[in-house]
Each structure stands twice: as structure tokens, then as C-alpha cells.
Design a protein around this ligand. Structure first.
Ligand code: KMH
Ligand code: ZN
Length: 310
């Protein structure tokens, strides 16, 4: 029997900027209504970042997270997963401010330092709404997304061990799988864990199907297929083809406006829920099923909705 498929929806992220799509949620109210609709459409995990309500810039203000986390959880039993990637240019503590305050059931954990190039998005001519937007993209020419061993250990201790969150291990390249294996060897990671394999970020592994197969093969070799839940996300235009291929291969999937602003070629997604509905239809048309939040909690052995700090 194929396992049901866990759909994660990443609502707003820290990659896209307000000028790129008027549908990108910015304020706590927008983030919570988008998250609730995405969960109703079939996402059992909601991955969250916060933005400054004034201008949409990624923010490290934990109070902003606390404006939307309780509101979302009041209306849905989806698992709330809070970023530790935060926004570009933040310190590690700033990146983790929401997760430190909220003690969520899940948090992201980025498994290696890397380039993270957003500057190609400057190539499209636009009239920017806010000055920070082109500066934010441009600074990634000289930016290292820092995730040293010490950084990773700190997040594992503060957010995993002390606050009881389990992680979405974000692996943007093959070396990140080996870093995860290193922490498994040291006993700092315990199955069942979620590996989010990420394709198409400039600085990470590219969106080629050979890479999808390779990341799966190496994950199986390093961890054993029964010890982890595999999830797939591709940034940009490969979002749906990679999710569909991953689903066929036994993986879980991630969609959402953090990863792509589009629903199909040239057509902006009007909401996160639109993307979730699309992948849900693909999955169901393949005679596969989507996982409920209850199944997701059980498979990932999460601490439960009543153990969070919001
Ligand atoms: N902020 C990006 C560099 C995550 O949510 O953990 C990547 C990121 C991933 O934010
Ligand atoms: Zn994120």
C-alpha cells in the first residue's frame, strides 16, 4: 500500500518580495487567512515566516509571529512549522526568533552553509514598490547563507531538545545529506525525521530529475527508507513537475508561494490554496491519497498541538 502524501505549504518565505506578486501574503492577517485556506485545501503542514506588515520585508520580530500563529491554530489542526532560516542578512538568533518564542511542533533546519542567489530576479524590469526589495536581492551576490555545525547544533539544542520541536531538515545538496548523517551518528537526530530535498535554488543542486533520483538514492543509502519521510520541493517553474514526480516515487511534497509565485506558465497563483488544490488533484488523479494532520503527527512523532507555546 503506498503511504498517504503529506502536503506542506510554505506560505510566504523570505525569497520573494511584494512587487513580484500582489498575492504574496504580508500582514499577519493575510498570512493567517492564507494558511487557514491552504490547510482547508489539503496541506497538513504549514511552513511559516514573518514579514514586516509595513513593507513586507522579512522580520525577526517574534511579536509578529505571535500575531498569526494562535490565529491559524484556532481555525485548523494542521501542523505549524516555524522557520529557522528567517530572512537573508539576519543573525541566527534573529532567524530563530519565532521558533524560540513559539515552541512549535515543527521547525525548519537548514543543513549546510551555501550561496543563496536571489539576484537573477533583478533581471526582470519592474517598478519596485519598496527600496529594500532590489537591495535585498542584490546583496545575495555577496551573501553566505550560514549554517555551520555549531549553528546547527545550537538550533537542535534550543529548538529541538529544549522546546520539543521536530525538524524539516532542509537539504539543498548532496553534502547536506551527509551532514544530516553526521548528526544522526552523534545521536542528535532520531528517526522518524523529515528530509526536505530542495532543487533549483541558485547555490544548491539544480532542478534536474537525475538529481531528484540521486538525492533519494543517497538518502535511502545513508538513512534506510523506513527511517525517514522524504519530501520534495523545487523552486520556481519546476515546482509542480518535481512534486508530481516525487509523489510517484513515494515522496511527500511541498508547495506554496515561498517556493514559486506561479500556478502555471505565466499565470501567478492567486493564493497558496490554489497551489495546494492543484497538487492535491494531481495526487488524487494518480490514485494516491493525501495525509491528514493526524496521520502526519503520528508518522513524524510530533509532540502535539497542546504542547506548543502559543
Ligand atoms: N531564508 C532562506 C535563505 C527556511 O525556512 O528554513 C531560506 C529559508 C529556509 O528560509
Ligand atoms: Zn522557509
Amino acid at each position: 500500500m503506498p503511504k498517504s502524501i503529506i502536503i506542506t505549504c510554505a506560505i510566504t518565505g523570505a525569497i520573494h518580495t511584494p512587487t513580484m506578486s500582489k498575492y504574496l501574503p504580508i500582514t499577519p492577517k493575510e498570512i493567517s487567512s492564507e494558511a487557514i485556506a491552504a490547510a482547508a485545501a489539503g496541506a497538513s503542514i504549514i511552513h511559516l515566516h514573518a514579514r514586516d506588515p509595513k513593507d513586507g520585508k522579512p522580520t525577526a520580530d517574534a511579536d509578529v509571529y505571535m500575531e498569526f500563529l494562535p490565529a491559524i491554530q484556532e481555525s485548523t489542526d494542521a501542523v505549524l512549522n516555524v522557520t529557522t532560516g528567517g530572512g537573508h542578512g539576519m543573525t541566527l538568533a534573529q532567524r530563530c526568533s519565532g521558533a524560540l518564542r513559539a515552541s512549535p511542533e515543527m521547525a525548519s533546519l537548514n543543513m549546510g552553509s551555501m550561496n543563496f542567489g536571489l539576484f537573477p530576479m533583478l533581471n526582470k524590469q519592474r517598478k519596485w514598490k519598496y527600496e529594500w526589495e532590489p537591495a535585498y536581492l542584490n546583496m545575495t551576490r555577496d551573501f553566505i547563507f550560514r549554517n555551520t555545525y555549531e549553528d546547527i547544533e545550537w538550533v537542535m539544542k534550543e529548538i529541538g531538545e529544549d522546546r520539543g520541536a521536530r525538524f524539516e531538515f532542509e537539504c539543498y545538496d548532496v553534502g547536506h545529506l551527509y551532514n544530516l548523517a553526521h548528526f544522526l551518528d552523534r545521536g542528535l537526530v532520531k528517526p522518524p525525521f523529515l528530509i526536505q530535498t530542495i532543487f533549483g535554488v541558485l547555490g544548491g543542486i539544480g532542478s534536474d530529475i537525475e538529481n531528484l533520483m540521486h538525492m533519494r538514492r543517497m538518502s535511502n543509502k545513508l538513512f534506510g527508507e523506513q527511517n525517514y519521510e522524504w519530501s520534495i520541493l523545487a523552486a520556481g517553474r519546476h515546482q509542480f513537475s518535481f512534486a508530481a514526480t516525487g509523489a510517484i516515487l513515494g515522496g511527500n511534497v511541498r508547495v506554496g508561494l515561498e517556493d514559486s509565485l506561479y500556478l502555471s506558465k505565466g499565470r501567478l497563483a492567486r493564493s497558496n490554496a490554489e497551489q495546494v488544490s492543484k497538487i492535491k488533484h494531481v495526487i488524487e488523479n494518480l490514485s494516491l491519497e493525501i495525509a491528514t494532520p493526524t496521520e502526519t503527527r503520528k508518522r513524524l512523532q510530533l509532540k502535539g498541538i497542546h504542547q506548543v507555546g502559543f
